[in-house]
Design a binder for this molecule. Structure first.
Ligand code: ADP
Length: 257
């Protein structure tokens, strides 16, 4: 009798505990949603004034194109700052709208990589970086625009944080029911202590270097969110001698040939 009562009491306690855990999880999810909504609304409000500032500054630069070097430098500095803020606002808007983007496009990954490498050719040429690709014919179902953004951010970082004269290799292959994407660079590497934190919004290993490159510290946070939204994940391996490899796994979702 005692043991039965003990079991009943324990079961009731466990049920109560499970209810309060579920309640806490619901509240956490709501608070994340509210934060995301707040960031999205703030970014939306900032878009118009920033666009106006950008137009005015560009007009000013044009009208004063014959002014002294000091003024030109000052105006260019303001333009760069406005451009950074615009990029930040754009990414915050993208992040707040992620859930509502349709994920039912048929995506061919190899041509998508081709397109991104072409879009990043100028940036790579500025640092004399060679771009390689080794992509199998892999199809998946997901959001075309979001998977473009995921790959673009990783390849752009592989160029930005590389040494002059280095190389970047993108490879894609199919493994069981997943697409396996590898983006490898010969850059400066990421110290072990930071390999988890780099996926946190606004985290940068070297703030001044990231700022110089026009970064705002949201690129990898977006990459992780996109991977998770597609049922996948992203991880990193890195060493200061060899460089960094980001590996992304994405389910093909019923597109297994
Ligand atoms: P950022 O806008 O600063 O590039 P990200 O979220 O894309 O922001 O990256 C976060 C930080 O992770 C970067 O500031 C940089 O320190 C580090 N990082 C990202 N990719 C690489 C890479 N391929 N090699 C070395 N460091 C990297």
């Amino acid at each position: 009798l005692t043991s039965t009562r003990f079991d009943e009491n324990t079961a009731a306690e466990f049920q109560q505990l499970s209810c309060s855990v579920n309640h806490m999880l619901d509240r956490l999810a709501l608070s994340f949603d509210l934060q995301r909504q707040f960031a999205g609304n703030a970014a939306h409000e900032l878009r118009t004034p920033l666009a106006m500032m950008q137009t005015k500054l560009e007009l000013f630069a044009e009208e004063h194109s014959d002014s002294c070097a000091e003024t030109a430098e000052l105006v260019q500095f303001q333009i760069d700052q406005v451009n950074r803020l615009t990029a930040l606002v754009r990414t915050l808007l993208e992040m707040s709208n992620l859930q509502s983007v349709s994920r039912s496009d048929e995506i061919e990954l190899a041509p998508l990589v081709d397109e991104i490498l072409t879009d990043l050719t100028t940036l790579a040429e500025q640092k004399n970086i060679t771009l390689h690709q080794n992509c199998e014919d892999v199809h998946m179902i997901g959001s075309d625009t979001l998977i473009y953004r995921l790959l673009f951010n990783l390849i752009e970082n592989a160029i930005k944080y590389n040494h002059t004269g280095g190389s970047v290799t993108v490879s894609i292959r199919k493994e069981q029911h997943q697409a396996l994407l590898h983006i490898t660079d010969t850059g400066c590497g990421i110290p072990e202590a930071y390999r988890e934190s780099i996926f946190q919004p606004f985290f940068r290993v070297d703030k001044s270097r990231s700022r110089q490159m026009g970064g705002v510290g949201l690129g990898l946070a977006l990459v992780k969110e996109i991977a998770v939204l597609h049922g996948g994940n992203v991880c990193v391996e890195s060493s200061s001698e060899k460089g960094t490899t980001f590996a992304v796994r994405l389910p093909l979702i019923g597109k297994v040939e």
